[in-house]
Design a protein around this ligand. Structure first.
Ligand SMILES: [Zn+2]
Length: 365
């Protein structure tokens, strides 16, 4: 098989699988029951160490247990390589996002053994994945992290307008969901780890996209882009319209709604609003974060008993439906890889961008 580029120096550090070997048999058994996704990920890292450069970005402590937060990198380390960042499980209860990412990564690693098309893609592109962003929240089966903070309400950015009561983010306290954390406090350890990875691996690249996987209430799968904090169109709106059209022309039978989050509601502390403006401050030419909100009402509607089970509101509970969801988003993830790599073929020029910005106005603003 073709040799992929060597990793940059900071990724040659050994994986802290030590945290798994340090685990007592009791803790390992507990993890096996409550956060099997983490063990599956560690197994994948162990099996594919040659291709997959894994790094334990931080260790989150909860009740004397250590929860590693991994970042994985594969593909090109060239400074001009376009980059796709994939994140999942920011809300611990929405574990299906992590599962979709791990399943897709597993397929990608298998295909890398024999598929020269995939090998060539990864020779020219950097893929960064943080599949389990909130391991303590996932262990506890809750949205917030171990400190009761909603990681996607925790960035230092305030909404410019009314937000939904509680749901838009609040500072009343961690006993209520959607808690933002303390005013002027540092971001939570999980978000600081994400910021380090983005600064190290993403902002210094000329072109980058992000797909952050969530599952929420709603009938349809949605692809949301910033802003979440204001109703005004984002600066690179034309690029989002171009990406939306590329997706819809390439896969006309897929039914994701592709739209700015702000047309539904505003929220405080959105990570992707924050990182978008950080990327501008770093003079990064192109940074396009997207959030996938898998519509979980489809699963609930088909088995209403899920209504009585909190995890069932966010995750498919029946085996065939679960595997269907794992399959359902493969096309989107493959598309994101190809669109990132081939951005030069669809990014609008200045004149076209003006037309696309007008299109955005008529669609949403
Ligand atoms: Zn979520």
């Amino acid at each position: 098989m073709t040799n992929l580029n060597q990793p940059p120096p900071d990724f040659t550090a050994p994986i802290d699988i030590a945290s798994s070997s340090r685990r007592s048999a009791d803790v390992q058994q507990d993890f096996h029951q409550k956060i099997p996704e983490l063990l599956q990920l560690e197994q994948l890292i162990g099996e594919h160490g040659q291709l997959l450069h894994a790094c334990c970005e931080t260790t989150v402590l909860h009740e004397a247990m250590e929860f590693p937060l991994y970042s994985l990198r594969l593909g090109s380390s060239a400074p001009n390589a376009p980059t796709l960042l994939l994140t999942g499980g920011i809300h611990g209860i929405e574990r299906i996002g992590s599962q979709v990412l791990i399943a897709w990564l597993q397929s990608l690693l298998e295909r890398l053994r024999w598929d020269t098309g995939v090998q060539q893609q990864l020779q020219q592109l950097q893929l960064v994945i943080m599949p389990i962003m909130n391991p303590v929240g996932m262990y506890l089966n809750q949205r917030a992290n171990g400190n009761g903070v909603d990681l996607n309400r925790n960035a230092p950015i305030d909404a410019e307008g009314p937000v939904p009561l509680l749901g838009g983010g609040h500072r009343l306290g961690p006993f209520l969901p959607w808690y933002r954390g303390r005013k002027r406090g540092q971001m939570e350890a999980e978000n600081s780890a994400l910021e380090r990875v983005i600064r190290r691996q993403v902002f210094n690249r000329p072109f980058a996209t992000v797909l952050d996987l969530h599952s929420g209430l709603g009938m349809q799968d949605r692809l949301w882009f910033p802003h979440a904090y204001r109703k005004k169109a984002i600066g690179n709106i034309a690029e989002y319209v171009a990406l939306k059209m590329l997706w819809e022309r390439s896969y006309p039978n897929h039914t994701y709604l592709f739209e700015p989050q702000s047309i539904h509601y505003l929220s405080h502390g959105d990570l992707w609003d924050y990182f978008y403006y950080q990327s501008r401050a770093q003079n990064q030419p192109h940074f396009l974060p997207l959030t996938l909100e898998m519509g979980s009402w489809m699963w609930v509607k088909k088995s209403p008993r899920q209504l009585f089970n909190m995890a069932g509101l966010f995750n498919p509970q029946i085996q065939h439906r679960h595997t269907r969801v794992l399959r359902r988003h493969i096309v989107l993830l493959d598309f994101m890889l190809a669109a990132t790599l081939n951005h030069a073929n669809w990014l609008p020029d200045k004149k076209h961008a003006e037309i696309l910005a007008q299109t955005a106005k008529s669609l949403w603003f």
